[in-house]
Design a protein around this ligand. Structure first.
Ligand code: B12
Length: 430
């Protein structure tokens, strides 16, 4: 039987900021592959080691190895590719995920094919046709390669660069639910229980974000918002519940955009007994909606407040005022929902005094959690277009570090110290 391995090349770091969720992209693709009669197995590195991955992968003897990647996973994804090329030379190597989407040329030299963007249909259909056509990397060119959305190939003498696709709501409604059966749920749940007392897992309810923040890259879902059919969403929530999770970490870019859809979600989620948290835009949330969310089990919202300086918010093209951000924090707080806020400090063009405005705001608002990041020029963002690739030798692969990967006027040591001081003052105040 034809076998496809889906590798999530993350090995846990145990950093304090680490959040562990079974990778949804792999679960999504596994469901689509199995629907096409293909044997698909997920290799989630999270709780294992590279050596164990090598042993398990080699024992499975896959015909196709698909590797997920994003900025923080570049090095491990390439290491997996090297290992597969050495241990499983007959296997077709395929990359996908956020960074391969916006930077296919970085992956193409190491992989037979790269799938960019939403690969729900394109990659599984490609696998089906690859197996039907005799299955060997050298014969890939016999397939109608221009029919697979987002396919990028620069190997075996082939050059393919197909545009990406965004699936319409009507098409999303026909997709199978993500297949979460291949994960070590007990380990995920143990970690969360130990750390927070609850056991959340991630889910995607709406896709896309209509805003154009300067620092943001929307590699997969893009700008057009699509809402999933709520019957499918609640079937998925039932599946999540049956796996032992007690709460949802809604990973949507902007879950609270459409108050009518949100109200219907709240009405239905209340009956499941699941608590949940989500990202919310700070403008446009009404007190009534916040109360509805709270009554429906919303425990925490994450707000991208970004800055205490209007000039910096404008530089970031955030389409938000400092006052709107402050009001949103108040509205959620009054509704009984905890508020976590993200801030970005040291934005290109900002000054020491505007950075200090951000630290002051973070301490003045009624917040339950704060975090500070330095700007990260993500490929696909406008910021990246301006700043270009990181300086030679600068490491993209670390998470949550106060390190500029491009020349900055802001003194890194000073910034690190001010972040520490602000976090300490916040902890003392709470
Ligand atoms: C949930 C999430 C997380 C979770 C990760 C949980 C997990 N185990 O997956 C947490 C909170 C830990 C996290 C952390 C970080 N994240 Co994050 N995260 C997301 C988020 C919000 C949703 C991802 C998701 O579940 N999507 C749903 C699934 C179905 O989509 P998908 O995984 O993209 O899969 C689709 C395609 O990519 C493709 N595909 C996926 N895998 C494969 C494999 C193959 C072989 C193929 C062919 C195709 C393919 O097909 C799938 C179906 O269409 C995205 C934003 C977004 N909307 O995409 C950011 C995002 C992926 N994160 C991002 C970043 C930068 C980070 C951090 C570095 C942030 C930081 N400063 O620390 C860290 C790094 C963490 C790490 N462990 O390495 C960026 C990546 C940018 C880039 N260009 O690489 C994104 C895009 C957000 C953004 N715009 O900034 N993140």
């Amino acid at each position: 039987m034809s076998r496809v391995a889906l590798v999530f090349p993350y090995f846990r770091t145990r950093a304090a900021t680490e959040l562990l969720f079974p990778p949804l992209g792999a679960a999504t693709l596994a469901a689509q592959l199995r629907r096409r009669g293909i044997d698909a197995r997920i290799f989630d590195g999270t709780f294992g080691t590279f050596e164990q991955l090598r042993t398990d992968l080699t024992a499975y003897r896959p015909d196709i190895v698909g590797v997920y990647s994003m900025v923080s996973l570049t090095a491990t994804a390439l290491r997996v590719a090297q290992m597969v090329a050495a241990s499983l030379p007959q296997a077709l190597l395929v990359a996908g995920g956020p960074l391969p989407t916006v930077f296919p040329a970085r992956y193409a030299p190491h992989f037979d094919a790269v799938f960019r963007g939403e690969a729900d249909v394109s990659f599984p259909s490609f696998c089906r046709d690859y197996f039907a056509g005799g299955a060997s990397p050298a014969r890939m060119g016999e397939l109608s390669l221009d029919t697979y959305g987002g396919l990028f190939v620069c190997a075996h003498g082939l050059h393919v660069d197909n545009p990406t696709v965004h699936h319409a709501e009507s098409e999303l409604a026909t997709f199978p639910l993500p297949d979460r059966s291949g994960f070590d749920h007990a380990s995920y749940q143990r970690e969360w229980l130990h750390k927070t007392g609850s056991m959340p897992t991630s889910i995607i309810v709406t896709l896309g974000c209509p805003y154009g923040c300067d620092f943001c890259s929307k590699p997969i879902f893009g700008s057009v918002v699509r809402q999933r059919d709520l019957d499918a969403v609640f079937a998925e929530i039932a599946q999540i519940r049956s796996l032992g999770y007690d709460s949802l970490w809604i990973a949507d870019d902007t879950f609270t955009l459409d108050e009518t859809y949100l109200a219907e979600f709240c009405r239905r989620v209340a009956a499941t007994g699941m608590s949940w948290s989500c990202l919310s835009r700070a403008n446009g949330i009404s007190a009534d909606t916040a109360r509805l969310m709270s009554a429906a089990g919303c425990r925490r919202v994450y707000l991208g407040l970004e800055s205490g300086s209007q000039a910096t918010l404008d530089l970031m093209k955030k389409q938000l005022t400092v006052e709107e951000g402050a009001r949103a924090a108040e509205v959620y707080r009054r509704a009984g929902i905890e508020v976590a806020a993200f801030f970005i400090v040291g934005y290109p063009g900002e000054t020491v005094s505007s950075i200090e405005e951000t630290f002051r705001l973070a301490l003045a608002l009624p917040l339950d959690e704060i975090s500070f990041n330095v700007p990260m020029p993500l490929p696909g963002s406008q910021l990246f277009e301006r700043l270009g690739e990181p300086d030679e030798g600068k490491d993209w692969t670390r998470e949550n570090e106060v390190t500029f990967v491009y020349p900055s006027d802001v003194d890194e040591r000073w910034l690190r110290q001010r972040i520490e001081e602000t976090l300490t003052a916040f902890a003392e105040k709470s």
